[in-house]
Design a protein around this ligand. Sequence first.
Ligand code: HPA
Ligand code: ZN
Length: 326
Amino acid sequence: AALNRFIQAMPKAELHIHIEGSLEPELIFELARRNQVKLPYASVEDLRAAYAFTNLQSFLDIYYAGASVLLHEADFFDMAWAYFLRAKADNVVHAELFFDPQTHTDRGVPFAAVIDGLRRACDRARNELGIQAELILCFLRHLSEEAAFTTLQQARPHRDKFVGVGLDSSEVGHPPEKFQRVFAAARELGLRAVAHAGEEGPPQYIWDALDLLQVQRIDHGVQALRDPVLVQRLREQRIPLTVCPLSNIKLCVFGDLAQHNIGELLRQGLVATINSDDPAYFGGYMNQNFVETFDALQLGAAEAITLARNSFEASFATHADKARYA
Ligand code: HPA
Ligand code: ZN
């Protein structure tokens, strides 16, 4: 209980949160009513009952259905603001939010409605909650390279509203090399780069995210331990992994938390962090991820401090903000 209080009180950065994955069933139904969108679920309970996943794809199908209620700038603001209130309660002081513009623009929602609603919530979080908040635009890897280029083009007039690009959605069969050119174009714009790799996919996808996409962090990356040479590189170059323990259990990447490898990643000297991924779907926000993982793996205060320090080191915060939490 003392450890749980310590974890709760510890300032931390969240670096792997899909803002569409923070959409709670209650808000999905509220927005469906507000926007007159018909949902294939009768009630909040009915929707929640569908949250039984066997792998990444089985989750993504429901996650994209949930996002269908988001139509207007105010909807994106309300979703992100609800997340920031929840993050504040967990003492998250810095957050980098992934968003998936293609999920919305493909339904006819203007790119500006998406990014302006999210950015307004970020600015308000900074002013009213003291949370430094940034946005990372993710390309959907199951869609084409051409579609990713179109999205980057749509984003160009909004260059000052987000700090980087990422790569998410269905990993296996959509390797990093598919997006090598679009990531090069994004880096030319001065954007940071991250990518999901080694969640379900092989260690080679982590190598390729580093070498072909030149990413600064790997999202998930838990499959890295299958490749000792890769582990050595991640350690020596201090390449962060944004690990999401409850997500990995819900998507059956590990059988249960006691089998999760985050303790081993830390023992091997990797810059691992704990994050919530899609908290409305996976059963917990930041502190829930910490507390359940620490309990299952019998980790202690030393690991909590390392994880919090890692989260600031791995962040795209300014040097001044990083120094405050070092
Ligand atoms: N992996 C890939 N795509 C995603 C995820 C994830 O964990 N969450 C939301 N989109
Ligand atoms: Zn993710």
